[in-house]
Ligand binder design. Structure first.
Ligand SMILES: O=C(O)CCC(=O)C(=O)O
Ligand SMILES: [Fe+2]
Length: 200
């Protein structure tokens, strides 16, 4: 199945970041088949998160998968990984190949509609090590991915993450920049995103 990826990537030119966007990483028809499978076979969960001492239901559904049993913690949530499905193994192989990495951990996010979102953050948890490599695969509804520099407020950027695309962030990106998927008032369909991470 490794022939099915399109390795054409475009650098996203931002200071103190190392980001590449592969708009057609997976062909649309195959990406649609994958979306349907992920939607159906994933044990989606909705966790509570604590923000400034108040408890909220996270505005999206998630699931964690891993090649090891190492848990992943963020926003006071600790997740233990499920074993990879055949589809996730295939996707990991494709993403490992293009990134020249050996990812261990996949965090799946399901944004059911425009009210689901992911607030400003960086993927800089200590289990990811320094300068973590994060690869992000998108399926379904296109959503904007916003980036803002942590200290230079004039530096911001947005990327429309299309169906079947891959976004690769590495180097100092997580230390210097924050990212989010904002809510939208538009009436939109669901989107599934998979971030590939390495937890040693
Ligand atoms: O949904 C996305 O594209 C981003 C997900 C994300 O930033 C994360 O899971 O850390
Ligand atoms: Fe993130």
């Amino acid at each position: 199945m490794l022939n099915k990826i399109n390795p054409q990537g475009f650098p996203v030119h931002l200071p103190e970041a190392d980001i590449t966007y592969y708009p057609n990483f997976i062909a649309p028809k195959e990406a649609t088949r994958m979306y349907e499978t992920l939607l159906k076979e994933t044990p989606w969960q909705q966790d509570d998160i604590k923000v400034f001492g108040k408890v909220y239901a996270q505005p999206r559904l998630t699931a964690l998968y891993g090649t090891n049993q190492k848990s992943y913690s963020y926003s006071n949530i600790e997740m233990t990984p499920h074993k990879l499905t055949p589809l996730l193994q295939d996707l990991k192989q494709k993403v490992d190949t293009i990134c020249d990495e050996n990812f261990t951990t996949m965090l799946l996010n399901y944004y059911r509609d425009g009210k689901d979102s992911n607030g400003w953050h960086a993927d800089n948890e200590k289990e990811l090590g320094t300068n973590p490599v994060i690869a992000s695969l998108s399926f379904g509804q296109e959503r904007y991915f916003h980036l803002k520099h942590r200290t230079n407020k004039s530096l911001k950027h947005k990327i429309l993450l299309q169906h079947g695309s891959l976004l690769l962030m590495k180097g100092e990106t997580q230390h210097k920049w924050l990212h989010q998927i904002p809510k939208t008032a538009r009436k939109i369909n669901g989107r599934i995103n998979i971030t590939f991470r390495i937890i040693a």
